[in-house]
Ligand binder design. Structure first.
Ligand SMILES: *Cc1c(COP(=O)(O)O)cnc(C)c1O
Length: 354
């Protein structure tokens, strides 16, 4: 029956990093440091847990299809913008692609970056055009617009996964100014940085800013993403979306999590402090970045050699060798709990000195 499957799905899809965890387990580490997935090591706000639990008896009903409570909380937090929500930012990306891309349409992606854009574009029948970043992994707006010319849409991630690098507001403004398609700015990690792109929404009609509750807000398991969209675009988004996006539990938890600003601020300040320590104390060069992870240049070692070495010593990190456009000597290390971060620093020093 395989011949019935669309050709886009005959190849392997998203690659999850599991091999290192297996090595750590075999080496006898029952509780390894899990620094490979950029998750938040801490549980969500107790208020979010409470809100989620409280709605469980009512899930016999469909959820509010307009996500009204969550949207109110978003406006409270960010100001009077237009918002859409979905099953993770990945769900937003899928829906946006549905509104814009059909067979043969071209989509620009600032590379190296998050792999899901390419997979989602392919699923929609579109074609990805890789736009290379500069040597320091930043984006040159003029080169970007030149390379992205003729595409309907572009993905740009800031802080970028896996490099951690952040674009200036001026760079994004210059792209919006000169690019003819729609720019999807993926801000999955923006809470950990200080750059504020939101005001650009007031000025440009071709900008969508994607955000997620998965990282800073510790709700990865509930799958909640949202986006700032231009007013003109909002109705088209809803036509392309599934009738119910967020479930009742996610809506309740995300609303409460967003309102608990103290909780998220505590997490963000801890992440920033550890990012500084990684920069200062890691023996290999760390790429300056603004996320809850850092990318480390382990040359002359190869990423695919050092990752098993670290796993053997109980620290699981991500090799960046599978990211197209990136040389094979970078690893990505999430900022975890203090004991996990200490474990990484200790083990990476041992490896460096051996
Ligand atoms: C984690 C991540 C996302 C997806 O987040 P979800 O909301 O969990 O789907 C999107 N973009 C980047 C760059 C990410 O790292």
């Amino acid at each position: 029956m395989k011949h019935l499957i669309r050709k886009e799905f005959l190849e392997e899809g998203y690659v999850f990093a599991t091999a290192a965890a297996e090595i750590a387990r075999r080496a006898g580490h029952t509780r390894p440091a899990r620094l490979a997935s950029n998750e938040n090591p801490y549980p969500p706000s107790p208020k979010a847990i409470r809100a989620a639990t409280d709605v469980l008896p009512h899930v016999n009903r469909y959820p509010d299809e307009k996500n009204q409570a969550f949207t109110r909380a978003l406006k409270e937090r960010h100001g009077d913008y237009h918002f859409v929500a979905s099953v993770g930012m990945d769900g937003i990306i899928d829906t946006v692609l549905r509104t814009l891309i059909s067979d043969g349409d071209r989509v620009a992606v600032a590379t190296p970056t998050y792999s899901y854009y390419g997979l989602a574009v392919q699923a929609q029948g579109g074609e990805t055009v890789s736009v290379p970043r500069k040597e320091d992994f930043s984006v040159d707006p003029a080169l970007f617009c030149r390379d992205a010319a003729g595409t309907k849409m572009a993905f740009l991630c800031t802080p970028n996964n896996p490099t951690g690098t952040t674009e200036t507001v001026e760079t994004i403004a210059a792209i919006c100014e000169n690019y003819e398609g729609i720019l999807f700015l993926d801000c999955a990690y923006i809470e950990f940085d200080e750059t504020d792109y939101r005001p650009l929404m007031k000025k440009y009609e071709n900008l969508i800013i994607g955000r997620t509750m998965s990282k800073a807000y510790s709700l990865a398991g509930l799958r909640v993403g949202y986006a700032f969209v231009p007013k003109w675009y909002e109705p088209y988004y809803h036509r392309a979306a599934t009738p119910f996006t967020l479930n009742m539990v996610s809506q309740a938890a995300a609303t409460a999590a967003l309102e608990d600003t103290e909780h998220v601020e505590r997490i963000v300040s801890m992440v920033r402090e550890w990012r500084g320590r990684f920069m200062d104390e890691c023996p290999y060069p760390v790429v300056p970045g603004g996320a809850n992870y850092v990318m480390v240049d382990v040359a002359p070692k190869k990423a695919d050699d050092i990752v098993p070495e670290l796993a053997q010593k109980g620290v699981i990190v991500r090799s960046c060798a599978s990211f197209p456009g990136l040389p094979d000597h970078y690893i990505r290390v999430s900022i975890g709990e203090p004991w996990e971060n200490e474990a990484f620093l200790k083990v990476i020093r041992e490896i460096y000195q051996s």
